[in-house]
Design a protein around this ligand. Sequence first.
Ligand SMILES: NC(=O)C1=CN([C@@H]2O[C@H](COP(=O)(O)OP(=O)(O)OC[C@H]3O[C@@H](n4cnc5c(N)ncnc54)[C@H](OP(=O)(O)O)[C@@H]3O)[C@@H](O)[C@H]2O)C=CC1
Ligand SMILES: O=C(O)[C@@H]1CCC=N1
Length: 264
Amino acid sequence: MIAIIGGGKMGEALLAGLLATGHEPSGVLVTEPDPARSEALRQRYGVAAVSSAESADRADALILAVKPQDMVDLLDQLDGAIGPDTLVISIAAGITTSLLEKHLSGEVAVVRAMPNTPALVGRGMTAVAGGAHTSADQLDHAESLLRSVGEVVRVAERHMDTVTAISGSGPAYFYFIAETMIEAGVAMGMTREAAKKLVTQTIGGAAAMLDDPGAHPVVLREAVTSPGGTTAAAVRELERHSVRTAFTDAIEAARERSRELSEG
Ligand SMILES: NC(=O)C1=CN([C@@H]2O[C@H](COP(=O)(O)OP(=O)(O)OC[C@H]3O[C@@H](n4cnc5c(N)ncnc54)[C@H](OP(=O)(O)O)[C@@H]3O)[C@@H](O)[C@H]2O)C=CC1
Ligand SMILES: O=C(O)[C@@H]1CCC=N1
């Protein structure tokens, strides 16, 4: 039995992914405090909506999908109710395996995972790191659960704040660029619908080219940049506005915030 505690955006994405990849609704529980939301999830997916105590009691894998700020309260609520063989997977930004272990008595197997919102369409990128009492089989199990919403990589836990800043928050950076490009197209007289189509297909096409193992972003960018052409003029403006520095600073700020979240 798998239980998802926190039926918000990411909890629902994981729930939908698990069901889409062959898990039966009868094998998944959800715990969500908002009664309307809880009922909506129950109706939409046919899973049982139960209390956190019941989730802890019945599940052998518990996925904690609450906000980092709610995590300590939740752990204190779950402490003592989690069986010795239960695997606890947290997807909360910044919450370390040692913080999870500190608030759960006994040698609980914990996994820190960082997915992203493309999980909603089965194209997520998740990184996982195991805790001090987590066996290789338990990490495999966590990986196979999270694979239901996309690709999974294993990283050393010291990289998890960086992962959070790159792939966890990353979709928002691309939406920021997309929004800017669409608005530029509109300002130049295109319809918003046409501009969105151009931008969406361009992002998808660029990502597909970059996905080739031999591809390098600098080489791909050079192929677009004709001497004396339009791209060179655009890139010169990006450099003039220090967009590279702005992006690097943004990613560093996200990593710093992830670190702070573990401090409460
Ligand atoms: N959004 C994203 O792109 C990503 C988010 N994450 C992480 O996933 C977690 C969830 O994020 P997201 O889904 O966006 O947030 P949401 O706010 O959409 O979901 C969190 C849900 O947890 C519920 N909740 C709060 N306390 C409890 C509790 N004690 N027991 C059960 N449920 C509870 C909340 O209910 P209520 O609103 O009523 O309090 C809410 O429905 C966060 O820790 C975040 O860091 C990770 C990767 C990407
Ligand atoms: O913004 C956040 O804190 C969460 C974690 C990664 C993406 N969204």
